[in-house]
Design a binder for this molecule. Sequence first.
Ligand code: B3K
Ligand code: ZN
Length: 868
Amino acid sequence: MSKLPTAKYRLDYQAPDFLIDTVDLDIELDDHASTIRNVMRVRRNGQHQRPLVLDGENMQLQAVAINGETLTNDQFQQTDAELTITGLPDECELSIETLVDPANNTALEGLYKSGGAFCTQCEAEGFRRITYYLDRPDVLAVFTTTLHADKSKFPYLLANGNPVAQGDEAQGRHFVTWHDPHPKPCYLFAVVAGDFDLLEDTFTTMEGRHVDLQLFVDKGNLGRATFAMESLKASMKWDEERFGLAYDLDIYMVVAVNFFNMGAMENKGLNVFNAKYVLADSRTATDQDFLNIESVIGHEYFHNWTGNRITCRDWFQLSLKEGLTVFRDQEFSGDMSMRPVHRINDVRIMRTHQFAEDSSPMAHPIRPDKVIEMNNFYTVTVYNKGAEVIRMMHTLLGESGFQAGMKLYVERHDGQAVTCEDFISAMEDANQIDFTQFRRWYEQAGTPTVRIKESYDETTQQYRLHCTQHTPATPGQPEKQPFHIPMRVQFYTEQGDAMQLQCADLKDDVISLQKEEQTFVFSGATSKPVAGFFAGFSAPVRIDAGYTEGQLLNLLAYSDDPFIGWDSAQQIYLRAIKSAVSNDSPLQLSGDAIEALQHQLTQPDRDPALLALLLQIPSEEAVSGEYEQIPVEAIHSACQQLKVQLATELKTTLWQTWKAFKPSGEYQFNADDIARRMLANTCLSYLALHPDAEIEQTLIDHFKADNLTDELAALQAAVMADHQCAADFIDQFAERWQGEALVMDKWLAVQAAAPHANTLAQVKALTEHAAFSYDNPNRVYALLATFTHNLAQLHRADGEGYRLVTEVIRRLNESNPQVASRLLSSLLQWKRFDQQRQDLLKTELQALRKLPNLANDLFEKVEQSLAE
Ligand code: B3K
Ligand code: ZN
């Protein structure tokens, strides 16, 4: 048996023993034998005589030379992960030649083939699969890259920076040389070679730089690239206007590929994108797809400053670039359109997925302390909670204070590889503020619960808030210190008018909770206020405000904060679900709650998008997060009953709303129309729970819509409700879209999300369908990752759900461990289920643990879970 993988620790950081100033790569592309000639200027860093230890995996070493002299085999040592060279001069030219096999690279890390094209993915540690290198983000070098390939098959040869030379070669081959003047870590290196359709545009920066924008897509897809191009130009403009940051090269390229492990990659000047975040037209993409494209195009572009110009010193600092860049893309989306809708969606991700991670065996702070496989830490915690932490700084500093901090951060650190600490210091120094306690958000994992008790004294007109915070233990962190939690508050009178209260601790509607227990006294309360807490979800915490249903209904009616209004409805749903679960009784939503929803739906001034979100009950998965011991069947049954009750009691209103908002006229992508479609389709999802002929006809008509948003909504409504037309829809949809893989992914996902007893059998059968393939991550995520979020079907009492998922994991362990690891996350929390499920889950995890060649990605999670 090979030796167990070892962990790295944040506190063990050491500066690199050597630095690399320049890298000249010469790459002969070939399916099974690509040759990489790598010439580096290497320099000893500091006074020491340690050897140079380069990282390298999955390659064949062909030759090593120092200053042109080829080394003999006794002058270096090679293992399966490293190349060690002793006795190096303090400065030298080091040349290394390696051979790789891109066509058999199914892990999609390093240099691989995506369909007919060559492409690379180097973050986090993929460059070491291309050449031997100091594969760590604090080694910054200037890269020059020459690519050679067959000219007819690969007319486009792309790399980072600007093209500086090109020409034809013998045997129908050609070459292009690229030079990137900005020193960068190797994780930002990229090459692409292929035959594409090219969409071109230009952008002139505020500094007057003329930038060529190029978007490369599979042949025949040009018409589906325009939205991404518009989003790119909007991102460039937005970053100038809101952050004062402009682009810094003469060319910006985006390539869409079909085989990609995640969303996209911000390689300098040459972004590589999963095609799903580039290609869109109204027939083949939904409103949500368009919005995702806008956000991911923005995200990767914004990395040019937050990630590329200023990068991470080590991978423990990942949130330095990811949390900040997610915050920036969220703000971009919010400034573009529908800010409240985006915010509520962000909150849903936090509550459903990040809170779950925080209470799982893999819980980690946004800046982790211990890592075995870095790819396991591209998580909702590092990304989304990281963004919430940045957002809290923004809340505490205000926009202008935050921007002053950003400006100082860029001035101080442009061109450097830095730490989260450097970012916080810049924010502190620009604002003369002390974030000592705030730093705990970087140190401690876990979701705090904030409990609030209020009291009112009519005679003194004083209103008091007694707040406590508690954060549960997480692996390796049994005790937690209190966090600095910004709580944005709102007060209303019983009549719904805004109320201004005075409190010394109140700053722009925000109070800072900093102790385990704290009381805030407000004066000037002429009547008992109705209080809304954590407006805008001002901190990533669980809120226990002890509200009565009456207070929640008041907030639903009055609050002008979209989060508070939406959350009030969510709390009402959750209460009904929890009470049905704990009393083992039929679910019953109160008459007042139904009436309040009815009232909201019939108010002419309400935003239809917010009404849609109001009507959507929490998912079974989200509800499960409320329980330490998860009662699977009871949650499933209560959620189903709640849907039926809403569909029944609101039927007339839902019909009227559907009729008022159903599509009229041609599809257009704009905020108003998106909002109308959201509301109409949400109504339809409830109406579909009725077996009426009229509703069936409505579904059938809607299924013929001219756009995928509505067509898919009809399919989804029919399948989720198990309507009698569902089977026909499934067949028709597949027939219509069999040639469009990205559309078929939605077809797979809808079936895997169905809350029905036969879903497992269906998913199993779909693994054999022509539309599915284990080789393509998009297909696996659509069918199997979706299934892992289907609470009651994954956690079937017979263990068949677990068996299906672990069988897939076993298979992907060999071919693509990153994708396998994503599927494993929902199986780690065995402790939170009943004894029977615990035994079933543990058996599967233990069997995985025994696999020979278990990938590090899986080893780390299984081990962590079983150690609990
Ligand atoms: N930085 C990349 C993610 C790389 C993931 C490596 N497993 C995309 C992004 O966050 O923009
Ligand atoms: Zn990112």
